[in-house]
Design a protein. Structure first.
Length: 209
């Protein structure tokens, strides 16, 4: 079963309040999403493996630690996921960035992949899929499907706000994918929006309607 990590750090919760506020404008909203993504990246990388190496400081020889293991890749779900990428790259600038584009079929209402571009060495990387919202879970599950069918073995999902329905969908479909969220909200409404949520993340990030 997927583990669910809810980040209750005071800075994350403080900034999330203003992300939710309907009076927060596009510029500030974008900056806040970027900042929260950086703070979440700090938490999500806590268990990255390290190895000991020997270096020379100006004073003496020292044994210190560096990152080891698989390389990291960030994969935003287009388009809103783009708003979280730079925040993660602030901490891990060497990470590669892939992209997955999905649209909802008007008849089946299921997500359909229309674009996927990933680093060549998929099997050798740890992937973090980013999207501000986890509502029904349909897009997240399809994005995870997309990575797995291309050979990805290690995947995490990171979002700002999740509904219980979306969390359950990932856990049911992909029990090996852990979920990292800044807030677990109450429910989905009849239109599939998270309550209390923050509205449409893509529209608020890019100033569209």
């Amino acid at each position: 079963m997927s583990k669910v990590y809810v980040f209750d750090h005071p800075l994350i919760q403080h900034k999330l309040t203003y992300i939710r506020d309907k009076n927060t404008g596009t510029k500030e909203f974008r900056e806040l999403v970027d900042e929260v993504a950086t703070l979440m990246a700090f938490e999500i990388t806590r268990e990255m493996p390290v190895e000991e190496i020997e270096i020379e400081t100006p004073v003496t020889v020292a044994k210190t630690k560096v990152l080891s293991g698989k390389k990291l890749a960030i994969v935003p779900i287009l388009r809103a996921g783009i708003g979280m990428v730079d925040g993660v790259l602030n901490l891990i600038p060497a990470a590669k960035v892939g992209h997955i584009g999905l649209y909802r079929d008007p008849e089946t209402l299921k997500p359909v992949e229309y674009y996927a571009k990933l680093p060549a060495d998929v099997e050798e990387r740890d992937f973090i899929i980013v999207d501000p919202m986890l509502a029904t879970g349909g897009s997240a599950v399809e994005a995870i499907n997309s990575l797995k069918k291309r050979g990805a073995k290690s995947i995490k999902f990171m979002c700002l706000i999740a509904a219980p329905e979306g969390v359950k969908e990932i856990q049911d479909q992909h029990p090996d994918v852990d979920i990292y969220i800044a807030a677990l909200d109450e429910k989905l409404n009849d239109h599939g929006y998270i309550v209390p949520g923050l509205g449409d993340a893509g529209d608020r990030l890019f100033g569209t309607k």
